[in-house]
Design a protein around this ligand. Structure first.
Ligand code: TRP
Ligand code: MN
Length: 451
């Protein structure tokens, strides 16, 4: 298979892990045909622009911030939620840019993050066994036979929700919401009164002073579009290959294939098998790609990923997202960093400090402790520094709401608080304050001045 010809459907010749057991294959086929007739969600030129920006990250000249929900929800879907998520990502980006002193490439886990891999295909509660929840593109998390039966029509709903989300994100990022003059306004009330909120306020004052200074010396700030808009890209895990295939289109400018469901797609820790269907699909689309890399990955496996997904060795094509766990990140990451560096593969190394630190609290909630999240980020920077590799970015699960899903933080979420606002449909997310706190820590590790 390695050397045979790639087509958007060539993945079908290979074993595809983590695909739902759709009860009616004919229905699935019809839906995929329907999706294939719908307009692309993103354009090839946009994906190319992101690839170029990520090339700057690979070369140590910029930093990647990739953030959003573990799994987006069909029901918890509103303009306010999209705005609040974007707002906290913009706040983090401003902290990293101003305090850290580096350009920040902003990518959301948004507008398509609807498919989830699971450790077991079924779940048993009180003696009843049903299919596992696999994301809202497949089924619903509610524990009933009807809710858990995979329904292909959900793929169409996922497409339309992605389109609506992307539309609002484009409006917010280009239409005034992301304007630097609003840097104060992004601080929500419940954040503003906190420790990290006050730290942010100070930083925002600094930016305002800088803008005033620029105007005072005669720089036309009005006409400088960099001040008023941001480039923001979308990404999700490329899990449901039939859906991805249906949105794969040939670019009329270059004649190359692009996955047009999002700007960047990544492959998960469970599906990054070198000889599996997911890598076969991804190797043929020209989007920037990501791969999760967990603590059991060997240097050979990681080099295999680089060869398979980026044989031309183009900076920006491949981002490796390390998700090791706080206690072992330095030890297990260093040999991988060294191997990729020595082989001359120009990847972006990003840190996912969430997925290696998940555990179940006594209350039964899946959670993560903020101290461990911070510790993994610090360990990631240590490992990169030790191997003289640029610590390229952060990949986090967060929300703009004051949820209580991850423990700890400056106003600590305690075990007993988990039940208060535990709203995720999948993994626990950082709340807005924890997210901001994390951005300050990362900005200090990048080498900026402490604020
Ligand atoms: N356009 C610049 C950038 O994206 C500056 C900028 C404008 C910005 N609004 C922002 C940066 C909001 C971070 C957040 O870097
Ligand atoms: Mn997750």
């Amino acid at each position: 298979m390695e050397h045979s010809e790639w087509t958007p459907a060539s993945w079908r010749q290979l074993p595809a892990g983590q695909q739902p057991d759709w009860p009616d294959p004919h229905h699935l086929e019809q839906v995929q045909k329907q999706v294939a007739s719908l307009p692309p969600l993103v354009f090839a030129g946009e994906a190319r622009a992101l690839r170029q920006r990520l090339g700057e990250v690979a070369e140590g000249r910029a930093f990647l911030l990739q953030a959003g929900d573990c799994a987006e929800s069909f029901t918890e879907f509103s303009a306010d939620r999209i705005r609040d998520k974007l707002r906290v990502i913009l706040q983090m980006a401003v902290v990293l840019t101003y305090a850290g002193g580096v350009p920040v490439v902003k990518v959301g886990r948004i507008a398509g993050q609807f498919g989830k891999p699971r450790s077991s295909p079924t779940e048993t509660v009180d003696g009843v066994t049903l299919p596992s929840f696999r994301g809202h593109n497949v089924n619903d998390q509610h524990f009933s036979s009807q809710a858990r039966t995979p329904d292909p029509d959900r793929l169409v709903q996922g497409y339309h929700q992605s389109a609506a989300t992307l539309n609002l994100v484009r409006a917010f990022t280009k239409g005034g919401f992301a304007d630097l003059s609003r840097v104060h306004a992004w601080n929500q009330e419940f954040v503003g009164s906190s420790l990290e909120g006050r730290r942010y306020e100070e930083l925002a004052h600094g930016i305002e002073r800088a803008l005033r200074f620029m105007r005072a010396i005669g720089i036309e700030t009005e006409s400088e579009s960099h001040l008023h808009t941001v480039d923001f890209w979308t990404s999700h895990e490329a899990l449901l290959l039939g859906y991805e295939e249906a949105l794969t289109r040939r670019d009329s400018l270059t004649d190359e294939w692009y996955a047009c469901s999002a700007h960047q797609l990544w492959v998960g820790e469970r599906t990054r098998n070198l000889h599996g269907a997911h890598l076969e699909f991804l190797r043929g689309v020209q989007n920037p790609l990501g791969s999760k890399v967990g603590p059991t990955a060997t240097p050979d496996e990681v080099l295999g990923l680089c060869e398979r997904l980026n044989p031309e060795r183009e900076p920006g094509r491949l981002t490796l997202i390390a998700r090791m766990g706080a206690s072992k990140v330095v030890e297990v990451l260093r040999p991988l960093l060294a191997a990729v560096r020595d082989a001359g593969h120009p990847v972006v190394w990003a840190c996912d400090p969430m997925h290696g630190n998940t555990y179940t609290a006594p209350s039964g909630h899946k959670t993560r402790h903020f101290d461990q999240v911070l510790a993994e980020v610090a360990g990631f920077f240590d490992a990169c520094r030790a191997e003289e590799v640029w610590p390229g970015g952060l990949h986090v699960e967060l929300t703009g709401d004051p949820v209580t899903e991850c423990l700890g933080g400056s106003d600590p979420v305690a075990d007993a608080d988990l039940q208060v606002r535990y709203e995720t449909i999948c993994d626990p997310r950082l709340n807005a304050r924890q997210s901001l706190d994390l951005a300050f820590l990362a900005s200090e590790l990048i080498g900026g001045r402490p604020y």
